[in-house]
Design a protein around this ligand. Structure first.
Ligand SMILES: [Zn+2]
Ligand SMILES: [Zn+2]
Length: 333
């Protein structure tokens, strides 16, 4: 089947509905050019605790411009962390595995990927998944939680820091994530902001490892302090900020700018720059056309690093039931 065949026949993948009876595949016929903010965010209430934490991590990340805080090891760890935490945790773990069930894997690996995901300051696995499933159900129609049709800034970060009545406690969004919350591991993380402590602990461990390496390499307390601060700035804060904006860009930029392979009912686009910075997530129009497919690159030039890793996991026998795109003729998969 070619992509043009799918354009005519398969603009929305009903199989997402099977995850939860709360899903509806009813196509909304209106094609709005502008949308108000979702009703559930009105009257607007800013979640100041989110603003404070996100501001702090951005301020610390800006310290990459302080020369005293530069170390090669910090920079290498930041790049490695983009793959280990950003790609393994968010794009492969939170998104393709937990949200869309694009493949299955042993529980120990699934939980490991979820822990890596929590190290990106992007909320608990269940809340992230609930918000994203809501987005797929209503993309660019009400009540999509983060459509750029409301405003670009809203779709990028506004929705993150404003209270949403249907998403502000587990009991309100559990209908979207019943499959996940059946597992006590995810249920526990919902309590007392467990996911946030996972983020804090990973930051402390990386900073402490920096101190140890600095002391071993430099042989002084001053070098231990410099390495600790460097790793905190580069390997924790800067990497977290880069991954945050990569994820947010999928919600904002790839619903505004790029090309379309499929005539989906939303305004999703394929954007090579976002694909590059988010390990393949930028092939977002392909993804909206076939949400469960574990590969987001459907044409040969649409390189998708996360898909290559999932293929490697499959070769190792760790990923099973891998959902492939239907556009076989145009795919190199
Ligand atoms: Zn989208
Ligand atoms: Zn998705």
């Amino acid at each position: 089947m070619s992509i043009s065949d799918i354009e005519k026949t398969d603009t929305y993948d009903d199989s997402l509905d099977a995850l939860d009876p709360g899903y509806s595949s009813e196509a909304e016929v209106a094609d709005p050019q502008r949308l108000p903010l979702p009703d559930a965010t009105q009257p607007m209430q800013v979640m100041w605790e989110y603003v404070a934490v996100l501001s702090l991590v951005h301020i610390v990340a800006l310290m990459v411009f302080v020369p005293w805080l530069f170390t090669w090891s910090g920079m290498v760890l930041a790049i490695a962390g983009h793959f280990v935490f950003g790609m393994m945790g968010i794009t492969i773990g939170y998104h393709r595995l937990l949200t869309h069930r694009g493949f299955t894997c042993p529980k120990w690996l699934e939980h490991t990927l979820a822990v890596l995901g929590m190290c990106n300051l992007q909320d608990s696995p269940a809340r992230w998944v609930a918000i994203h499933r809501l987005h797929h159900q209503h993309s660019d129609h009400q009540p999509d939680p983060h459509t750029p049709l409301a405003s670009f800034l809203w779709s990028h970060v506004g929705w993150v820091v404003c209270r949403h009545r249907d998403l502000d406690r587990t009991s309100r969004y559990e209908r979207y994530v019943r499959d996940l919350l059946r597992d006590p591991f995810y249920l526990k993380l919902e309590r007392k902001d467990g996911w946030f402590f996972v983020f804090l602990i990973h930051g402390i461990l990386i900073t402490a490892a920096g101190a140890l390496v600095g002391w071993l390499v430099g042989g002084s307390g001053a070098e231990a302090l410099r390495y600790a601060c460097s790793w905190a700035v580069w390997a924790v804060a800067a990497r977290t900020v880069f991954v945050l904006h990569g994820t947010w860009a999928v919600n904002s930029i790839t619903h505004v700018s790029g090309y379309r392979n499929y005539e989906t009912r939303d305004k999703s686009r394929n954007n090579w720059l976002v694909a590059l910075t988010s390990h393949g997530e930028g092939w977002h129009n392909n993804h909206h056309a076939q949400p469960r497919a574990a590969a987001h690159g459907h044409r040969w030039w649409e390189f998708d690093m996360s898909w290559r890793v999932i293929q490697a996991l499959e070769l190792m026998g760790l990923a099973k039931n891998v959902v492939r795109p239907k556009s076989v003729a145009d795919s190199d998969t």
